[in-house]
Design a protein around this ligand. Structure first.
Ligand code: 9D3
Length: 250
């Protein structure tokens, strides 16, 4: 899998991607990462990549031609078959795990990071298959969103996560929030680690963790439970969580 990022801040993307899980994957050659700066595809003295919006108004718009020539280079240098181009923008579809899962099948994912007010609409129409957002809040450009996608997709690729991390993924209950975690010491500010976690009863611990996941999801993200069909056992664990919560309150 190869990622190509169109950005006027190539070093920002490289510096960040070279850390942690993505950095290791790149160094091991499990994923490729190239950056393409539209400024390198200009021909005027000032290397201009933006211009004033037709119709007036504040801010600037990224010009078509430097982006078009940059993306042509990204495609030509790779010569890959299965390619998707995604424009990261506040107008995009909010990114979900499923959208990242779908990227695993690609040979090349080209990520277009905009700056200023955005990019010329004709580049979106002619060159981009999808438009993705991090959510309904404002950041200054698409680079951090591109890094989010690179991270989220890379960790799904074979060999990228270590055995430990992969095992955690496998045991994760899909569509629920994670259970609470504790490590030493046993008591902090009078708060003791739940007894069950010290019991050595692995079956009971697994049940408790599932119950906590269900309970935390119900408390913090009730909408997630509406999208999910609970088994009779999960339903029962959640009901018990609710009763124990009421009991704690009074
Ligand atoms: C005045 C209207 N604003 C659009 C909502 C202007 C504007 C804000 C932020 C134009 C561009 C940007 C830059 N943001 C991104 O490129 C971006 C983004 C975001 O701001 N929020 C969530 N996801 C993303 S992905 C790319």
């Amino acid at each position: 899998m190869r990622f190509d990022v169109l950005t006027i801040f190539p070093q920002m993307v490289l510096d960040s991607a070279m850390n942690g899980v993505t950095g290791r994957a790149i160094k091991q050659g499990l994923v490729g990462l190239s950056v393409w700066d539209p400024r390198n595809y200009t021909s005027d003295r000032h290397r201009t990549v933006d211009d004033r919006p037709y119709g007036g108004g504040p801010g600037m718009v990224m010009k078509y031609q430097p982006l078009k020539d940059a993306i042509a280079s990204a495609k030509n240098s790779a010569g890959k078959e299965i390619v998707k181009v995604v424009y990261l923008s506040p107008q995009g579809k909010p990114i979900t795990q499923q959208m990242l899962n779908d990227c695993v099948a690609l040979d090349q994912l080209i990520l277009v990071a905009g700056r200023y007010e955005g990019i010329d609409e004709r580049f979106i129409e002619n060159e981009c298959q999808e438009e993705w957002s991090l959510g309904d809040f404002v950041i200054s450009g698409g680079e951090l969103a591109a890094l989010v996608v690179i991270d989220g997709v890379s960790r799904l690729l074979p060999g990228v996560l270590g055995d430990d991390e992969s095992a955690r993924q496998d045991s994760h209950v899909d569509g629920l929030l994670d259970c609470p975690h504790y490590t030493r010491p046993e008591v902090i500010a009078g708060q003791k680690v739940p007894d069950i976690l010290l019991s050595g009863n692995h079956k009971a611990i697994e049940q408790w963790r599932l119950q906590q996941s269900l309970g935390k999801t119900w408390l913090k993200r009730p909408g997630l439970l509406l999208d999910k069909e609970l088994t009779a056992q999960q339903q029962a664990l959640l009901e018990e969580f609710k009763i124990e919560l009421k009991y704690k309150k009074v």
